[in-house]
Design a protein around this ligand. Sequence first.
Ligand SMILES: C[S@@+](CC[C@H](N)C(=O)[O-])C[C@H]1O[C@@H](n2cnc3c(N)ncnc32)[C@H](O)[C@@H]1O
Length: 333
Amino acid sequence: MSREARPHSADGSLAWFSGSAAGRIGAAGILLRADRRMSTLVAVESRLKAITESNRMSWNTIAPRRSGIATDRLRAGEVSLADFERRLAGDVTGRRVVHLACSYGDEVLSWANLGAVATGVDISDVAVAEAKSRAAEAGIEADFRRADMLDPPADLAELDLVYLSWGAICWVPDLIGFATMIAGRLRPGGAVLLCDHHPAWEVLAVRGDDHLAVAGDYFGRDRPNVDQDDAKRPQGARGEPDAPRFSAFVWPVSDVVMALVGAGLRLDAFFEAPEPALYAGLGQTAGALPAYYVIKATKPDPTKPDPTKPDPTKPDPIRPGPTKPELTRPEPI
Ligand SMILES: C[S@@+](CC[C@H](N)C(=O)[O-])C[C@H]1O[C@@H](n2cnc3c(N)ncnc32)[C@H](O)[C@@H]1O
């Protein structure tokens, strides 16, 4: 190897880098590589943005075909949330709750019925207009914003709860960016509650009794599935051959957990569950598969004790103190 090509001159200086022709070429090479990496990032970002935009147009097309519960039921105080969602969220009275990818708003109106200061965010203009008119019909105070959930309006900050459900995470093209954004919008002690279709369900297509086919890549990540099985298409597109296509991202559950933990959130609840109705036509084995999963992750509050760490004022439940009196060593005879 020539002296010029070495990273450092014998005296440790960077003279080779600034002074020599090879050094100049090396520096240009580094800049060129950085430049290429930047153009690749820009190209990836614009590809993902184009996918989101195409999905937005598809959602606008099918939004009028989608419907929620009757608004007089919401007006009467009905809540369209599962019991476990309510339990995990805790008391939301007076709390700032934001539902990302809220569609026509039933869950936002439900959080409002439970006493929350509720806001829904959705990328579809049609869905947001519908949600606003349903809120007016139901006489429920709630706010709806049209925005990409990766970049919600800046005033949606210091939140107590970010909620996403049933067909939300599959529209997120950048999981780490999304988790980082959520962590940034929560107040310390605030939490994200995600209840969504299991990615295994997303990629498994029922073909008959006890018969499944793999119709997607469980590890697809930012390579979206554009040929979803009809049963996995959104309500409003299912069974409609003329309905527009969607590009749905399949994120392994472990990626979702690690993105949230990596963004600094504490995992408080995580479970996977069956729902035989989601594997309609499969027969007896439908209950033997995961259909959905639920995650609650909290932004740690440095002013409060960490519930995952033992409380020094209470007996440690894992290693309780000695229950027998200390044995004294017999005196040597
Ligand atoms: C299946 S729905 C959400 C489910 C909702 N919990 C429900 O049951 O109606 C999906 C919603 O996500 C919205 N969406 C898709 N991509 C989005 C994005 N990037 N930002 C915000 N909303 C998005 C769609 O417009 C659609 O209303």
